[in-house]
Design a protein around this ligand. Structure first.
Ligand SMILES: Cc1cc2nc3c(=O)[nH]c(=O)nc-3n(C[C@H](O)[C@H](O)[C@H](O)COP(=O)(O)OP(=O)(O)OC[C@H]3O[C@@H](n4cnc5c(N)ncnc54)[C@H](O)[C@@H]3O)c2cc1C
Length: 393
């Protein structure tokens, strides 16, 4: 049985490594560089570039084929994929894990700002540029926020402003700087229970929050940010998390993609809507859960289980680590059926977030599965709700 996996990121690598010997598995991805994207945060705000990239071929278990190429057209009816390199690949089962990419074009002025300032949601080069920009900054207003409501790793905009605060304090210039966090949501964090935790932290650090700020355009000359409603933030340094869209792939039938080029996916079975022999996982899906590596991981395991012969369903579990600066972190955990449960930031959770960066590569090969299974069971938000504590410790 031929299994074709499109995308050699977190989700694609895990699903390929989890399929049984009954499959002849091939991963198709345009680059052999596997980027540990959470590391971009630390490259941009701490200048730490360790553990960022590994060769995808070495992350795949023996027997899984790797084809360096990009899918261009997926015909779900004929069960074949055409690639940029001119190949036509037939499959019995398909898993789409092509992630999302930054789309600067949605906000006039953002392409220029991103090129000059850098960001921490695209490439190592861009994160490096942001680190240099922040270190050259001598004082003034920094405005950081997300351009659109859908964001890869929902805590990452707040992590960015909190780590900016930490960096400016370390450089001894915090008193010369005004920090503004803008968001299209009605509160600092989209989920109210987490906002209740983070808002006092922002206040204590002197970070202003502009809510309901739907970014419309940026004037790269004056560095003025204007919202759709006409509100204005004037700043010296805009750091903008861009809009994200799905991979540039044409699907047959065309209704497979929604307006943002996300693959329309059944939230429970993870099958591409209406198709028996194709699944989608990770950031590139239309799922209403957070776009996170943890989500991609859990979804990959559900699909692998189903393909290996034990039909499984996804419960919408998220578990996003959230670095609040000052050596403390928390997790944003929820499911389709259990809303996000508040979880106070601690040093231990920060240590866990940092430890995961070291073991990420082993997790792709399934080496941590027994530990992670227990961990996700113990931290299941439904447990906290059932036990009446209404809080994850
Ligand atoms: C700053 C930052 C911090 C983050 N922090 C965390 C965190 O702490 N915890 C967490 O869980 N998540 C975090 N994330 C999110 C996490 O990195 C992503 O959610 C995760 O990588 C998604 O996995 P994926 O497999 O869906 O997509 P990706 O890992 O992005 O992989 C997509 C793959 O598809 C390939 N591809 C693209 N186009 C094609 C094509 N046409 N044909 C074939 N292949 C294609 C790409 O090259 C890539 O290999 C963070 C992200 C950022 C940017």
């Amino acid at each position: 049985m031929r299994a074709l996996v499109l995308g050699g990121g977190s989700g694609g690598t895990i699903v390929a490594n989890s399929l049984g010997a009954a499959f002849e598995t091939t991963v198709v991805s345009p680059t052999s560089e596997h980027l540990f994207q959470p590391g971009l945060l630390y490259a941009a705000f701490k200048g730490d570039e360790r553990r960022l990239v590994r060769d995808e071929r070495r992350l795949l278990k023996r027997g899984v084929n790797f084809l360096q190429d990009a899918a261009r057209r997926v015909d779900l009816l004929a069960k074949q994929v055409d690639t940029a390199g001119g190949q036509r690949l037939a499959y019995d089962q398909l898993v789409v894990a092509t992630g999302v990419g930054a789309d600067y074009s949605q906000i006039p002025g953002l392409p220029e700002v991103a090129a000059e300032v850098g960001n921490y949601h695209s490439t190592v080069d861009s994160a490096r540029r942001l680190w240099r920009t922040l270190n050259a900054f001598a004082g003034g207003t920094i405005a950081l926020g997300q351009a659109t409501p859908i964001c890869k790793c929902p805590p990452s905009p707040l992590e960015g402003i909190l780590l900016t605060d930490e960096l400016l304090r370390a450089r001894g210039i915090r008193d010369k700087c005004r920090l503004v966090f803008f968001t299209p949501y009605p509160r600092a964090y989209p989920a109210e229970p987490m906002s209740r935790i983070v808002e006092p932290i922002l206040k204590e650090r002197g970070i202003e929050v502009f809510t309901f700020f739907d970014l419309d355009r940026i004037d790269p000359g004056t560095r003025t940010l204007t919202s759709i409603e006409g509100d204005v933030i004037e700043c010296d340094l805009p750091i903008v998390v861009p809009a994200f869209v799905g991979a540039d792939i044409v699907y047959e039938p065309a209704e497979t993609l929604d307006a943002s080029s996300f693959v329309v996916t059944d939230p429970r079975t993870l099958r591409i809507k209406g198709v028996e022999s194709a699944f989608a996982i990770g950031d590139g899906t239309s799922l209403s859960t957070s776009k996170s590596g943890v989500g991609a991981h859990l979804e990959a395991k559900v699909v692998a289980k189903t393909l290996n012969g034990t039909p499984a369903v996804f419960g919408g579990r998220t578990h996003c680590p959230f670095d609040v600066g000052g050596g403390r972190a928390t997790f944003v955990a929820g499911t389709y059926d259990t809303p996000v449960v508040p979880s106070p930031p601690t040093r231990l959770k920060h240590l866990m977030k940092m430890a995961f960066a070291r073991v990420y590569w082993a997790s792709l090969r399934g080496l941590l599965d027994p530990v992670l299974d227990v961990y996700f069971r113990l931290t299941d938000p439904a447990r906290a709700t059932r036990s009446g504590s209404r809080e994850l410790s």
